[in-house]
Design a protein around this ligand. Structure first.
Ligand SMILES: C[S@@+](CC[C@H](N)C(=O)[O-])C[C@H]1O[C@@H](n2cnc3c(N)ncnc32)[C@H](O)[C@@H]1O
Length: 328
């Protein structure tokens, strides 16, 4: 399991790049970039080093936390997975690459693709200063074109990226991401109904192409959730002082909602029997938990206190956990 919080060296390198900059100016830049995202816009609005640093200060900790949680679920399902090579597509400031190198000490080759020059420069600077991501090869250009030229990798990640593509472009990029994955592809999106829809579309498309689900689903059947319900998880993360200042936020933490899918070339070895889909409720008589189960059905179950071992296990369950419900 890796921590959802940025590694100390990365946090320090990011804070160092904020040093000497006006918090007010950075806050305004971050606010403008967030407003663009909320309005359906994309990262093209990040055009300078000052924009990239402001964006990374505000968003990189949260997207890192979402990728870390997704990688933790992948590692639980595939404990023997030891990728040697990574391809991070729509890498931005290198968020997913930094998380992957924490998760897999086996990684020795890091390749990244992004169309944004300012975010690429920031990623290279952070990689250099933290001495992580040895020999990061970071290609500038549109994913669709660059993926055709890229080599394959054991692990391919697209984090908070496919939502910036048009519908037709997205299908082609999802196919190309899978084509470059020698072992596993991880796609992470915001935990909104629209982000979930993109995850499910990619899941359905790639299962039809022969992919095996590693996480979060304990099955490869159609997603059992029916709108307005949607599959998403929440990762809590610490907020740095710089982050609080830029966001004008008081609380020392934030909760990042995300949806994800990890798909593998071969069936995974330890896919859990169920995934917890919401915060479980604990009262005097039972734990009540909403689960997605291996038979492809989502159901809410009660684990009564009188069933002592099962209750003891279930009272520790948390939203997003892969679990073994009683009788599974
Ligand atoms: C929201 S940022 C996420 C960055 C990073 N993956 C993360 O999780 O923090 C989306 C990234 O995707 C990149 N991107 C969007 N469309 C792209 C495309 N067609 N080709 C390459 N990169 C693209 C953007 O430039 C931006 O860096």
């Amino acid at each position: 399991m890796i921590s959802p919080d940025l590694p100390a060296a990365l946090k320090a390198a990011l804070e160092e790049r904020m040093h000497g900059r006006s918090r007010r100016d950075a806050g305004q830049r971050a606010g403008r970039i967030s407003a663009t995202y909320r309005g359906g816009g994309n990262s093209a609005t990040i055009t300078s080093e000052a924009d990239a640093v402001a964006y990374a200060t505000v968003r990189m900790p949260a997207t890192y936390a979402a990728v870390a949680a997704s990688l933790n679920a992948l590692m639980q399902a595939s404990p023997d997975f030891a990728p040697a090579s990574l391809l991070d597509v729509g890498a931005g400031p290198g968020t997913a690459s930094f998380a992957a190198t924490e998760a897999f000490s086996s990684l020795a080759s890091f390749n990244a693709i992004d169309a944004n020059p300012a975010l690429r420069m920031l990623a290279l600077a952070l990689a250099d200063e933290t001495m992580r991501l040895r020999d990061l090869a970071y290609t500038l250009g549109p994913a669709r074109v660059q993926l055709d030229r890229a080599g394959s990798a054991d692990l391919v990640i697209a984090s908070y990226m496919i939502g910036e593509l048009t519908d037709s472009e997205r299908s082609a990029v999802v196919d190309a991401l899978w084509a470059k994955a020698d072992d596993t592809l991880l796609i992470v999106e915001p935990g909104t109904p629209a982000g979930y829809q993109r995850i499910i579309a990619a899941r359905d498309r790639l299962i039809a192409a022969g992919a095996h689900v590693a996480a979060p689903c304990p099955h490869a059947a159609a997603c059992p959730l029916i709108a307005p319900d949607w599959c998403h998880f929440v990762q809590r993360l610490a907020r740095s002082r710089a982050h609080r200042e830029l966001k004008g936020a008081d609380v020392p933490f934030e909760d990042e909602k995300f949806s994800f899918i990890a798909l593998a070339r071969a069936p995974v070895t330890r896919r859990p029997a169920a995934r917890v889909l919401a915060p479980p409720l604990l009262n005097k008589v039972a734990v009540t938990a909403k689960l997605c189960e291996a038979d492809g059905v989502a159901r809410t179950i009660d684990i009564p206190r009188r069933n002592k071992p099962a209750f003891a296990a279930a009272r520790r369950w948390d939203w997003g956990d892969g679990v073994e419900p009683p009788g599974s």
